[in-house]
Ligand binder design. Structure first.
Ligand code: HEM
Length: 143
């Protein structure tokens, strides 16, 4: 195990993702994840992601399918890939706080471009709050 591995002090996310799937739908989640993943290009975290367009698209689809499941929709990610184990799946990639901020920045830009996924202002705040907390748990290097 990499001795540099960092475990965030707050521990795993304490709250479940808001169950907004019925309001959002799968297509919107695919669309938003693809916008976010395209925004990674040219950022400090671009090198973490596939260069090839088709592979990048597939990676974005995985994220959308994970989001669908945690938001109360079809559990496509689990059906295709097994238990989420998201922190473990992220460990091979060096993710420090700066990388998390770059990721969040792209998430928020994509969220705006997708009109906040059609959610009310209050719902948007709840979702973004969950994303903030969940992304903190993906951080695996001090930095
Ligand atoms: C709310 C926060 C996040 C969620 C829900 C999320 C979700 C996911 C999912 C579902 C995958 C696919 C895992 C697999 O099956 O291999 C993934 C992969 C990945 N994530 Fe995240 N992630 C989050 C935060 C982050 C952050 C902060 C970073 C780094 C800046 C990051 C970097 C990556 C990378 C590099 C991959 C692998 C891409 C590939 O080559 O397929 N993620 N993420």
């Amino acid at each position: 195990m990499d001795s540099q591995l960092y475990v965030p002090p707050q521990g795993p996310p304490q709250i479940s993702a808001p169950h907004f799937f019925d309001k959002i739908g799968l297509e919107k989640l695919y669309e938003m994840a693809w916008i976010q993943y395209q925004l990674f290009k040219g950022t400090s975290i671009a090198s973490l992601f596939p260069v090839e367009e088709e592979a990048l698209k597939e990676a974005s689809e995985k994220q959308a399918e994970f989001m669908a499941g945690v938001m109360g929709g079809p559990r496509l990610y689990i059906e295709k890939h097994g238990p989420p184990r998201m922190r473990a799946r992220h460990v091979p990639f060096v993710i420090d706080e700066a990388a998390r901020q770059a990721w969040l920045d792209c998430y928020k830009q994509a969220f705006v471009q997708c009109d906040g996924l059609g959610l009310t202002q209050d719902e948007q705040q709840v979702l973004l709050g969950w994303i903030e907390g969940f992304s903190a748990w993906m951080v695996n290097r001090a930095g």
